[in-house]
Write a protein that binds this ligand. Structure first.
Ligand code: RB5
Length: 154
């Protein structure tokens, strides 16, 4: 799977760790930065990844900042992006099975290395279940279309 990983300055070390894990799992990885530890603005990196997920250039993305929260808010502004903030392997798995999440946002400050490993493994392994969950996601897509339409009419 083609998957991009990006962070802000707080998540650079975790980004490197996740890129290595994904490569080990056999995925095609893309590093969307940043390169160093200088302070950056997380929306710039969320935008780069979420835009490419939205356009279908990449299948999935993982975003890391201090809490994972700002990245998640920013990524969900893009059509078709279903970004989630995961704290453990259960939320990671369920976000795939029920929400078909295509972007996962993680906290660099709160999660230990072993837990991060388990979260990434679970998220990459779990499949979307479809059925009633697909119907619910269609409703979310309708809300998105309605909001975009209302905004563009103004
Ligand atoms: C940066 O200080 C911090 O705000 C950022 O990493 C993230 O936690 C935002 O949600």
């Amino acid at each position: 799977m083609k998957i991009a990983v990006a962070s802000d300055h707080r998540g650079v070390r975790v980004k490197e760790q996740i890129l290595a894990q994904l490569a080990q799992l056999g995925h095609e990885t893309l590093d969307y930065g940043p390169e160093g530890n200088d302070s950056v603005d997380y929306p710039d990196f969320a935008k780069a990844v979420a835009k490419d997920v939205s356009k279908g250039v990449i299948e999935r993305g993982i975003l890391i900042c201090g809490t994972g929260l700002g990245m998640c808010v920013a990524a969900n502004k893009f059509p078709g992006v279903r970004a989630v903030n995961c704290h453990d392997d259960f939320t990671a798995e369920m976000s795939r099975r029920h929400n078909n999440a295509n972007v996962m946002c993680l906290s660099a400050d709160l999660l230990g290395d072993r837990l991060l490993n388990r979260i990434v493994e679970s998220w990459m392994a779990a499949e979307f279940e479809g059925g009633r969950h697909a119907r619910r996601l269609e409703k979310i897509a309708e809300i998105e279309a309605e909001c975009c339409h209302e905004t563009s009419d103004e």
